[in-house]
Design a protein around this ligand. Sequence first.
Ligand code: HEC
Length: 169
Amino acid sequence: MNRIKWICAAVVVTAFIPAYCYAWPWSWDMFDQPSVKAQESKALAVPKGSVPAESEPFVKDRVQAGKLRNPSVADVASIERGKYKFNIHCATCHGEGGKGDGLVGQKYVTPTDLTGDYVQAKPDGDIYFTIKNGGLAIMPSYGDAVTPADRWHIVNYIKHAFGKKGGAK
Ligand code: HEC
């Protein structure tokens, strides 16, 4: 009786070994199907409204960012757009006038005064870098929320509305 049990066990085990090795033809049934597999089809057309990643210059650090050329002329449209985005994303902490007295800023670590010489003397690319990657200590990054073009508009707004540069060119 015992021997029969062992033989049955051996038959069952041997029958399952090919399954573990994917040797049964049906092991591949789900794989061999007419669906398109990864890397098989041509790249799809880019959907309307997509933001191309390559439109953004690659910058290693703040020093390199400082050498970036601001592609946006600080005209009325750019400054207005910058103001609109600044009031949405930055004013909560920095205050509408950029002094660092926004409602969140009052409870948070005091934000840098954007009207002062320290920020006003910074190259445009340095401020662009701050918007994208965050501040020196705890200011969060706004790279996900603000597109590259809008970052330059915000820089124009900070320089022209808060600084000594005056209004639009
Ligand atoms: C959650 C609050 C908060 C928001 C929102 C915020 N900031 Fe700041 N920001 C700070 C604080 C705090 C500092 C100072 C500490 C630091 O640098 O991390 C700072 C520093 C800065 C500096 C100076 C960085 C340096 O080089 O020393 C700039 C420029 C700046 N912010 C611009 C912006 C702009 C533009 C926006 C909107 C896109 C913005 N901040 C949104 C809190 C904030």
